[in-house]
Design a protein around this ligand. Structure first.
Ligand SMILES: [Zn+2]
Length: 207
């Protein structure tokens, strides 16, 4: 099923849908205390670090509603990700082509997926479904209703549907907790979304 989903998405379609999602959702990101100047600086430092183009990146959730908690300090401790609310069952899209390095279940993240793309690691928490092992001991994530099965070691394309928004782990409502690491260090996903938006917007407006 996941292979069908992946092959059904042409790169161009992924890019378009990713951009449409970004356009629709970036407005509310400005509501956080990050100033524009700070975001521009962040984009430059991210691009300098990684020396990559964001054109391949996909916005990570369908039916996005709002950002419910930013990356950073909050009363309960540091929040190492960006919370993105979406209706229960909304599909989560893989941010960047990469390899599934770990799928797991714990009391906090709930059912979680970690994908490596070069020096980046992207993490998806609270998703619907569970983790199991097959007869040969290989670990996989399964969401039968959503038609998704992901194996550790599997390569997934940018924009592919990899899971659905749920409420596993510690959460009060359905949302994607999206975490990002670069070279093992946490990065604010909101800044990466802004960088993606700025670059994709420039590319389109030049036409
Ligand atoms: Zn969170």
């Amino acid at each position: 099923m996941i292979n069908q989903l992946i092959s059904g998405l042409t790169p161009k379609a992924q890019f378009r849908s990713g951009k449409a999602l970004l356009m629709a959702s970036l407005m509310s990101l400005g509501g956080f205390s990050l100033g524009w100047q700070k975001l521009v600086e962040a984009r430059e430092s991210i691009q300098a670090t990684s020396a990559l183009s964001w054109s391949e990146a996909s916005f990570p959730v369908e039916n996005f509603q709002e950002y419910t908690s930013p990356f950073g300090y909050r009363s309960s401790g540091f929040h190492y990700g960006l919370d993105m609310a979406a209706p229960q069952g909304s599909y989560i899209r893989n941010w960047w082509t990469g390899t599934v390095v770990e799928v797991w279940e714990d009391g906090r993240c709930g059912t979680g997926i970690a994908i490596d793309s070069g020096q980046w690691t992207h993490i998806y928490c609270h998703v619907q479904g569970s983790v199991a092992k097959d007869a040969s001991g290989r670990t996989y994530f399964i969401d039968r209703q959503g038609g998704i099965q992901l194996w550790e070691g599997q390569v997934v394309a940018s924009g592919a549907r990899i899971a659905r928004v749920g409420m596993t782990g510690r959460t009060t409502g359905p949302h994607l907790h999206w975490g990002l690491k670069y070279s093992g260090r946490w990065v604010d996903p909101g800044r990466v979304l802004m960088a993606m938006y700025n670059e994709q917007n420039q590319r389109y407006s030049r036409r």
